[in-house]
Design a protein. Sequence first.
Length: 210
Amino acid sequence: MGARSGLPLEKADETTDIGICAEQGKGKVSGTKTLVVVSPGSGPVYLLIGLQDGPQFTYKYVAAKPAAPVPASLTTKQIQRALSWLGLYTGPLDGRGSARLTVAIKDFQQKVGIRVDGKCGAQCRAALAEARALDDPAVRADQPPITVRTVKELQSDLAKLGYYTGSLDGRNGETLVQAVKRFQHSAQITVDGTCERRCQLALVKALTRG
């Protein structure tokens, strides 16, 4: 792709013509392209979303979500609460370790594709942080998120994986539904366009592997 060099990365949501793609020379549509760009120094990470416009692609800068913060430590009660929301732990939220909690941790680790040891180390905490970001208090755990914060988180997760190319505006809509369906199809889970608990766990797994 003959992209011009020196493209600015200061602004999110800016659209610019970045050149003609080789396969677009005859005006053929080859679909949306996504490119991940890291700005120099300590600047933010951007997703350049390819928008088809006749024989040319224009690219829209969209600020990507930073990596989920890894808590320095999680109390046992916080781990219990997170696993309880995910439907993996049904014991008391008493801040005490137990065989039931260990089984729940192992279940979570297995579902998101990380080392299964029953201990919530750094990798487990990072995966839990990602999962907790989709926790929507307005709905049950087996329902898709509806609040602006959690819908925006879902949009960001899907954009990071290359499935969503719309605005990170926290709004549900057909663009997001279709992105969820594409992800569900790729993850080989029920394709219904609603990202409930199983879909969210699959997202965490995909993001953890990525």
